[in-house]
Ligand binder design. Structure first.
Ligand code: C2E
Ligand code: MG
Ligand code: MG
Length: 521
């Protein structure tokens, strides 16, 4: 009731703004009249545009045209939004059924534009518009206000119905657009990502389009070709990512990255063979951001090359500093697929090891199995250059990708790192033990060393030593730590280096020269 009262209080102001006469005000007593005022508001806005059209036909004509996308003839996003507003009003005041927006993005228009030309891409967009209009019962002439071109390769559909109806329509839209197209004499296939948002279920009408778009991007990021209903976490994710990306662009210049180091231990001699550099982003307000959060973002937005260069330079500088203080272990860095595919990657590595006078055999490049197995011309050249320059190559997260033994044999790898997931399950899973045994057997055949990563318990360590694993790495021995902490740990005064702890066993070996791992001919 108090809401109703507030509405009544506001009415004279509304009325004077939109030109509602006193007669109407006198009749305000029922919801029906409240409804009439609201409709009047919308109608007046529309009429306003029309009147302008009468007075100044030339300019107004172009305004009318601006409500339609020139290529597809569909309504524009702005026009679609005013249709949405009206429809939401009907839901709120006329007990109209709920409504939903479908946000439809073509998954890969860019490759069609690049491969066949923009004219073909444009012809395809026109046909997509027709098929979507037909879905809503329009004659294909794209004249329904319920289908819009929302952006370059993005369309929006408005329908009356709840979530179930919207999901049904999403499936029909995917099916309609999955049928082959012919554009400019070219047969084309398409997949689409569809995001759904419902009113009133998912919040204010003005958020419907952004919510549906967020759901669409969510589908796209998961590989496209499907649909998803909006969930609040999707919008938070996207906003979070946008904020993080802004900060990430400046993080290198601001010196916000740092490397932590985690030792690798020789299983037989218990000597430290290497320290793996693990990247951290020391964000001014968020604290330490782990690589799993920012590396995928950096890769998607072309920032990984410059971050990777910083890692290489910093790791080499640190290796030189350690060498000066008598620590002579190998240093390992993780290399992303983007870096490996970069033309100058190996040349940049060589520049840095020359600058800090580090033998290339002392620098391990950890490359994940999935990247190593790409086996494209670019990765093959990069591996050849790494081999020629004498760098030590390790295949990281081994067992999680699809390895081809033929490719593995050709790689200049000296080491396989068995993925942590198998080590975690060693004590409980027969299949995890079999996989580690199989990896060891392949490695022996190819003359490679095997490192087990993520060793957390003594039982895991014992099984791995019994199996003949060459090196171990994990929290059981040491967590990733700063370069300073590693030096203190080496001297026996750092945390975790107390007598009897695992660190104490390895301490003296830190000052030994590391036996180089075999490099395949
Ligand atoms: P990774 O190279 O396989 O590194 C091992 C990850 O497991 C590290 O996580 C390490 O902190 C963690 N770890 C080590 N021992 C244990 C253990 O006993 N238990 C558990 N639960 N975890 C353990 P982190 O530092 O978060 O790094 C994650 C991944 O990020 C790395 O996996 C690597 O692929 C990537 N990464 C890290 N630094 C860089 C970098 O400088 N460049 C690139 N391209 N990738 C990096
Ligand atoms: Mg690694
Ligand atoms: Mg790994």
């Amino acid at each position: 009731m108090s809401q109703m009262q507030a509405l009544y209080d506001m009415l004279p102001t509304w009325a004077s703004q939109v030109g509602v006469g006193p007669l109407l005000l006198a009749g305000i007593a029922t919801g029906v009249i409240v409804g009439a005022v609201g409709r009047l508001l919308l109608a007046r806005r529309r009429r306003g545009n029309g009147m302008e059209l009468d007075r100044q036909s030339g300019r107004a004509k172009s305004r009318t045209d601006s409500k339609r996308d020139t290529l597809t003839g569909l309504v524009t996003r702005a026009e679609f939004e005013s249709t949405l507003e009206e429809a939401a009003w009907q839901v709120d005041h006329k007990s109209a059924p709920p409504m939903a927006v479908l946000y439809i993005g073509l998954d890969d228009l860019r490759s069609i534009n690049d491969g066949f030309g923009v004219r073909t891409g444009d012809a395809l967009l026109v046909q997509v518009a027709r098929r979507l209009s037909r879905l809503l019962g329009a004659d294909g002439g794209a004249d329904t206000p319920h289908v819009a071109r929302a952006g370059g390769e993005e369309f929006a559909l408005l329908l009356n119905g709840d979530e179930a109806a919207a999901i049904g329509m999403a499936a029909r839209a995917c099916a309609a657009l999955a049928r082959p197209f012919e554009a400019e004499g070219q047969a084309l296939g398409l997949t689409v990502s569809v995001g759904l948002a419902c009113y009133p279920a998912h919040g204010a009408w003005s958020r419907l389009l952004p919510h549906a778009a967020a759901a669409m991007r969510h589908v796209r990021q998961a590989g496209g070709n499907g649909h998803a209903v909006y969930a609040p976490a999707m919008a938070v994710d996207l906003r979070e990512q946008a904020l993080l990306l802004q900060d990430l662009r400046q993080a290198v210049e601001r010196g916000e990255f740092k490397l932590l180091y985690q030792p690798k231990i020789d299983a037989a001699s218990l000597q430290i063979t290497a320290a793996e550099a693990l990247l951290r982003w020391d964000h001014p307000t968020r604290g330490l951001v782990p690589p799993a959060v920012f590396i995928p973002l950096a890769e998607r937005h072309g920032l990984m090359s410059s971050i990777g260069q910083w890692v290489v330079a910093e790791a080499c500088r640190q290796a030189a500093e350690w060498r000066e203080s008598g620590l002579r272990m190998r240093i390992a860095i993780n290399i992303s697929g983007h870096q490996l595919r970069h033309d100058r990657f190996v040349a940049q590595l060589e520049e840095q090891v020359r600058r800090y006078e580090i033998p290339p055999t002392r620098l391990t490049c950890e490359i994940t199995e999935s990247v190593a197995m790409e086996d494209t011309a670019q990765t093959r050249i990069a591996f050849q250059r790494l081999r020629r320059a004498g760098f030590h190559v390790s295949i990281d997260d081994f067992g999680t990708g699809h390895s081809s033994l033929a490719v593995l044999r050709r790689l200049p790898a000296a080491e396989l790192k068995v993925d942590r997931s198998f080590i975690t399950d060693l004590e409980v899973s027969e299949s995890a033990r079999s996989i580690v045994e199989a990896v060891l057997s392949v490695a022996r055949t190819l003359g490679l060393r095997v490192v087990a990563e993520g060793v957390e318990t003594e039982a895991q360590r014992d099984i791995l030593v019994r199996m003949g694993c060459d090196e171990l790495q994990g929290y059981l021995f040491a967590r990733p730590m700063s370069a300073v902490a590693l030096a203190l740990w080496a001297e026996g005064s750092g945390p975790g280096s107390g007598q009897g702890g695992p660190a104490a066993e390895f301490r003296p070996s830190l000052f030994d020269a590391t036996r180089p791992a075999p490099i395949l001919p």
